[in-house]
Design a protein around this ligand. Sequence first.
Ligand code: IPE
Ligand code: IPE
Ligand code: MG
Length: 247
Amino acid sequence: MKEDIKLKELEQKILAGVIPQHLAIIMDGNGRWAAEKGLPRHEGHRQGVESVRATVRNCNELGISVLTLFAFSTENWQRPISEVNYLMSLPEKYFDSELPELIRNNVQVRLIGETGKLPRKVQKAVREGSEKTKDNDGMVLNFALNYGSRDEILRAVNLIIKDLKEKNIKKKIDENAFSDYLYTAGLPDPDLLIRTSGELRISNFLLWQIAYSELYFTEVYWPEFSRMHLLEAIDTFQQRKRRYGKI
Ligand code: IPE
Ligand code: IPE
Ligand code: MG
């Protein structure tokens, strides 16, 4: 009961302030959450999906415009094959159960990362997720799947070289033009980046885009990341003074 009141109060406080337009989350700590409970790692990933469901709902309700979730990195292929396989079974399960609600809630699903190298069944699931929601104009839900920021930047450089050659473009590439070659083209940069599980690193996520994002690290493992934790992160964000080099 007391918790409920605290939650409501915090929610009202936050809704009176500036809600981050773009929130990015490094969803970390599934494995450790499971290990601490004596469970196999995949149970952590299973529970992690529940946090995804809840966080998508919460962000949508709070009026966040873009939510980017780091779900699988280009480095995560180095995990045991059984774990990779389990992780690769999750997008299909997620969309199977959530797609009707995402459509209803006007959420537009997008993917960032080298999705062409994902297993076929994953490609099919994410394609369906994005196609069936492409006309929605509410919150953009960006899944970073097989995503690596250095890969993304190099891909952009190579696309630029190709365009310059083929289209015989002579113009200078400025920051805006460069951003248009990234997977996140057209989206605003994240205002707030949250990483769960106590790790204090970026792990090759959105390196270009987070140049001026506010960073928020929490000890909480992703499977236990709740609405209250989200509100606390936004509350902290609202107390920051973003200076962008000015005074
Ligand atoms: C995050 O949890 C999920 C992915 C990276 C796919 P982890 O699986 O990294 O959990 P820890 O960090 O080992 O606890
Ligand atoms: C980052 O978490 C990738 C995702 C959350 C998908 P990792 O668990 O892979 O990061 P490191 O290895 O601890 O840096
Ligand atoms: Mg991890």
